[in-house]
Design a protein around this ligand. Sequence first.
Ligand code: HEC
Length: 218
Amino acid sequence: MRYFLGIFVFICVAIVAILGFRGTKFTKPPLYIFPDMDWQQKYKPQGENHFFNDERDDRPVVAGTIPRGYSWEMKKVFSKDYEYALALNPSLYTGKDEKGDWIKEFPVEVNHDLMALGQKKFTCFCMVCHGASGDGNGITREYGMIATASYHVDRLREMAIGEIFNTVTDGKGQMNSYADKLSPYERWAVIAYVRALQRAQHASIENVPQAHRAALGL
Ligand code: HEC
């Protein structure tokens, strides 16, 4: 009987201790049996500090060093003749002209280097879905992606390059944004290459200079 009473009292205390106070709001701080490192001495931002002569917790940047993780080139940005890149050629970043319409002319010089860069980036980022010739038959089709657009339709042939830039920048439908993978310049390069692909699949005899027609047997 003594054992029974002992066990009974122990079980009652255990039940109340484990379940009894669930949901109760405590107003006093909990007992810390193992405070670990919850309280320790530290310097607080803008705090007072008697160790240093200037009595401040915040320490100035050591002369001749550069803080890590801040890529702002302060001196450059605040210099008198600094020019904000976006303001110099807004169309390069937006694909729109000053009236807000999609631009139809490239805001960068179209030359062989741009085209070569465009081909390289297209191969890396677009070919998987759009296919090497831009017909939408990329390798993703084999894995069940069926909706990739072909560039060889009149709607996209006639689409202003500014609007295509917008698609590449912000994405469309199942297509992701490429703003974080391609710089604006690289995006224009890819678009120049897309235009070349469109041209390649939609050429007529008029596009071949007279001098080269014989070589094609025409
Ligand atoms: C993951 C697959 C995928 C990749 C990679 C991809 N696209 Fe697309 N793209 C699509 C799909 C799907 C559509 C059709 C979107 C829709 O109309 O909903 C599309 C549509 C387009 C269109 C037509 C937009 C319109 O207005 O109809 C253009 C132009 C285009 N992509 C260019 C690119 C370029 C340039 C790249 C590389 C930087 C690229 N895409 C990479 C899947 C992809």
